[in-house]
Design a protein around this ligand. Structure first.
Ligand code: PMP
Length: 426
């Protein structure tokens, strides 16, 4: 760990906390973040040469595994023709067409550079389209770091103890109403009071930023119904779930169609890419066809489009998901059995290739309160035990885990072997 330690010390001189995104700093688990030098398939290597089986996968994008040949080759080829033009390219059309083909509710698509930009823009369009200001989000859901969405947020904001961030003016935050995930009654209540002023609901259809919590039956359907009744826009933030919990995202898996979908992570194949899209009459509200302004110097960047397209082309084979889902389930079931064997109170959630491990004696975690009441001390010890054994999990308990196509049975077995030892030591 010497090299990572030295790099971390040095990084903190010029980079706040030594990192460019807070959870990477290992604050929640303590110890030294591992500085990574390379990744391939299911593995990453740190600066000291130690190899890890990676269940973070760049926080989701690497559903095909790290260093995918076709993505890498597409990037190299695109880069040879120039890195950015600031003018339209055919690759952007191909990208929009491919997204529309795989997620048909996205009739029109605009590319951006991150998930944050996608959700921020989607909300602006929903507000412009409806002429309303209020938005509804769920406690513990994270939609990036735009002002209006850093209210009772999950992920790093929750981990750092600032779910409602300083720096967001009250005048902005007051328009964001937060309700309980998986509790449709709490949503009905705010709609009963404020329904005609609500521009949109934004939701992670599978919550992946307070660990991993799938929707209970009827929840997403209920949101659809309320939006239809009140003329509000339903936004699915599928930045994490897109091309991950099903080829067509959570909307395909749970058969509920939003008005706007936000994408990121997987659609960039590892490059900084986001997108929002949806019903034609809503999305054309954006500039230059409509009055709502939204733009980006590097949006639709040719190298990023090449990477994303190479990823999506490989994901067109929907059967590929069967084995990823099977292996994810096998991992979660194996963890559960081992925890039981060692008398550790644990429960797991799985949604496609996303999973959550909860150190709790609750049978099934379905809400935010249950998620934040887990045994974080035990998680920390488990985390460092697994790291020592060469398994890299998210360094915070409010994050979903991810499995790739290259996490085959042997990799899952090796992970469970490690977990057996670590559970025994807790
Ligand atoms: N929405 C969701 C559901 C996310 O998980 C994330 C990032 N983890 C974002 C939005 C923000 O994406 P980005 O970090 O690319 O801005």
């Amino acid at each position: 760990m010497q090299k990572s330690e030295a790099l971390f010390t040095r990084a903190q001189q010029t980079i706040p906390g030594g990192v460019n995104s807070p959870v990477r700093a290992f604050k929640a688990v303590g110890g030294t973040p591992r500085f990574i030098t390379k990744a391939d398939g299911p593995y990453m290597w740190d600066a000291d040469g130690k190899r890890y089986i990676d269940y973070v996968l760049s926080w989701g994008p690497m559903v095909l595994g790290h260093n995918n040949n076709k993505i890498r080759e597409a990037v190299v080829e695109a880069a040879a023709s120039g890195l950015s033009f600031g003018a339209p390219t055919e690759a952007e059309i191909l990208m929009a067409e491919k997204i529309n083909q795989l997620v048909p509710s996205m009739e029109m698509v605009r590319m951006v550079n991150s998930g944050t930009e996608a959700t921020m823009s989607a909300i602006r369009i929903a507000r412009g389209y409806t002429g309303r200001n209020k938005i509804v989000k769920f406690e513990g859901c994270y939609h990036g770091h735009a002002d209006a969405l850093l209210v009772k947020a999950g992920s790093g904001a929750l981990t750092m103890g600032v779910p409602s961030s300083p720096g967001v003016p009250d005048e902005v935050a007051k328009h964001t109403m937060t309700v309980e995930f998986n509790n449709i009654d709490s949503v009905k209540e705010v709609f009963a009071q404020e329904g005609d002023d609500i521009a949109c609901i934004i939701v992670e259809p599978v919550a992946g930023n307070m660990n991993c919590i799938p929707p209970v039956p009827g929840f997403l359907e209920g949101l659809r119904e309320l939006c239809d009744q009140h003329g509000s826009v339903l936004i699915f933030d599928e930045v994490m779930t897109g091309f991950r919990v099903a080829q067509g995202g959570a909307q395909q898996r749970y058969q509920v169609t939003p008005d706007i979908t936000c994408l990121g992570k997987v659609i960039g194949g590892g490059m900084p890419v986001g997108a929002f899209g949806g019903k034609k009459d809503i999305i054309t509200y954006v500039s230059p066809t409509g009055p709502v302004y939204q733009a980006g110097t590097l949006s639709g960047n040719p190298v990023a489009m090449a990477a994303g397209l190479a990823a999506l082309e490989q994901l067109e084979d929907a059967t590929l998901y069967d084995s990823i889902f099977e292996n994810t389930q096998k991992l979660a079931d194996g963890m559960q059995q081992l925890a039981n064997k060692h008398g550790i109170a644990l429960t797991t959630n799985v949604a496609g290739s996303m999973f959550g491990l909860f150190f709790t004696d609750v049978d099934k975690v379905t809400n935010y309160q249950q998620a934040i009441n887990c045994n974080t001390e035990q998680f920390k010890r488990f985390y460092h035990g697994m790291l020592e054994q060469g398994v890299y999990l998210a360094p915070a308990s409010y994050e979903a885990g991810f499995v790739s196509k290259l996490h085959d049975e042997a990799i899952i077995d090796a992970t469970l072997e490690a977990a057996d030892k670590v559970f025994a030591s807790l």
